[in-house]
Design a protein around this ligand. Structure first.
Ligand SMILES: [Zn+2]
Length: 83
């Protein structure tokens, strides 16, 4: 249940760029930001946010059948004007 919640968080507002099979049989999905999805504050839900920093992070997603799945996701750090 908790893993499923995490998946939702990482997938929200993102598109799959590429899917790659790695040497150990796991899958690596590279995600990019969906340009039509506006960034919003995770605390108050306001979209009055300032993009603070951009980086990429590799996270483990739910297994896909017997495969381990990794996501390479863009992470945005936001500053909120409201809170
Ligand atoms: Zn806020």
């Amino acid at each position: 249940m908790r893993d499923a919640m995490l998946g939702v968080v990482f997938w929200e507002g993102r598109l799959v760029d590429s899917c790659q099979e790695r040497a150990d049989g796991s899958l690596l999905l590279t995600l990019s930001e969906d340009p039509s999805h506006r960034p919003r504050c995770g605390r108050c839900g306001s979209d009055c946010v300032l993009l603070h920093e951009r980086r990429r992070r590799r996270v483990r997603d739910r297994d896909w059948f017997d495969r381990h799945v990794w996501l390479d996701v863009p992470i945005r750090r936001l500053d909120c004007y409201q809170c």
